[in-house]
Write a protein that binds this ligand. Structure first.
Ligand code: PMP
Length: 362
């Protein structure tokens, strides 16, 4: 069987060795005589899988001891509701929440937060097409902000923060769904980090929340228990049945990443992969990436063909070469190549080669 190069934004490509390991362990996990899918979440076997996954993630991201790692459900989307419900009580009511609006996903978070709190858009690149990040000096943070919410990698618009912005003592909350573990991050700069697993950590069903201890216990009274970080932390992510198989898969991905040399090593590979694609596009007047150079995402690269009438031919031709899922998000159109950790450089080389041939053939 031939595997294709899958540029999907998520669920996304996984390391082949991880899939093979999961296949090998499918029927009989390490002599237990059963599949991970069949294990009680309270069994010693599963408890060991969960604890190892948390510990490996702590090591990979150098997560300080005063941060909890929570394994939750509901996707990053459920956290868009959980975050205001957990943090709006940090300030006397009515507290504002400050948002930096840089694209589709911070926009979605804003829409959800408005149900619970007063939202202040402290800075936005929305009106100018979400192709950059407003400079920190231009942000109009409110005096009584409970927290500042940013999306550190906009999966749809391809805009990425390359540093954690300084917001003083206000807790910084970051949606890292589409670039967690792709680059070295100083966790101590953030109050809360959250991410769905289905891009750089494994499969859909698991949401990782990394939260500083002092931000637990401020929950609004109507918050569902499943979304109350303190309760989830106190119950070691087993307030109810956790997504056991997704946690197991994330654990395999974390071990794979450690074998690759960890986050610093994979970051170098991600830089090389992204440069290959951007450098080629910058030399071509056939393809165009609209994002300001200093905000370009290494993980999600949106691009447009000069002649949009060729889009379908481009997608069809790519699929014939085993390059799939290149169609851009429905809200922006064009193309998008997602280059997550598990995408080998060979995939990007094949893509650039195809793009060059396609350009020549027109
Ligand atoms: N935030 C970002 C940055 C995303 O890319 C996505 C999913 N594409 C989400 C949030 C929503 O994640 P989920 O589907 O896990 O709710």
């Amino acid at each position: 069987m031939t595997r294709i190069f899958n540029f999907s934004a998520g669920p996304a490509t996984l390391p082949e060795v991880v899939l093979r390991q999961a296949a090998e362990e499918m029927l009989n996990w390490r002599g237990s005589g059963m599949s991970v899918m069949e294990m009680s979440h309270r069994s010693p076997e599963f408890i060991s899988i969960l604890a190892a996954a948390q510990q490996d993630l702590r090591e990979l991201m150098a997560i300080p001891a005063n941060y909890q790692i929570l394994f939750m459900q509901g996707g990053a989307s459920a956290q868009n509701a959980a975050i205001p419900m957990n943090l709006a009580g940090l300030q006397p009511q009515p507290a504002a929440i400050d948002f930096i609006h840089t694209g589709y996903w911070s926009g979605r978070s804003i829409g959800e937060a408005r149900k619970y709190c007063t939202v202040n858009i402290a800075a936005s690149s929305h009106d100018s097409g979400s192709t950059d990040i407003p400079p920190r000096a231009s942000w109009k943070l409110s005096d009584n902000a409970a927290y500042v919410h940013i999306c550190t990698n906009e999966t749809v618009h391809g805009v990425e923060y390359h540093d954690a912005p300084d917001v003083g003592n206000i807790p910084l909350v970051a949606d890292m769904s589409s670039h967690i573990l792709s680059r070295v991050m100083d966790v101590s700069k953030f109050g809360v980090i959250f991410a769905g697993a289905q891009k750089n950590m494994g499969i859909a069903g698991l949401t990782v929340v990394i939260v500083r201890d002092d931000l637990l216990g401020h929950v609004l009274p109507f918050c569902p228990s499943q979304l109350d970080w303190k309760q989830v932390a106190e119950n070691t992510s087993m307030l109810n049945t956790p997504p056991t198989y997704a946690i197991y898969m994330a654990g395999l991905v974390f071990q794979w990443l450690k074998r690759q040399g960890g986050v610093a090593a994979i970051e170098q590979r991600n830089i090389a992969k992204a440069s290959l694609l951007y450098d080629y596009m910058d030399l071509s007047d056939f393809y165009r990436n609209p994002v300001a150079k200093d905000c370009r995402s290494r993980m999600n690269v949106p691009f447009f063909l000069r002649d949009e009438a060729l889009n379908e031919a481009f997608i069809d031709g790519a699929a014939k070469q085993g390059l799939v899922q290149l169609k851009g998000h429905r809200s922006v159109g064009g193309m998008r190549a997602s280059l997550y950790n598990a995408m080998p450089i060979e995939g990007v080389q094949a893509l650039v080669c195809y793009m060059r041939d396609f350009e020549k053939s027109r």
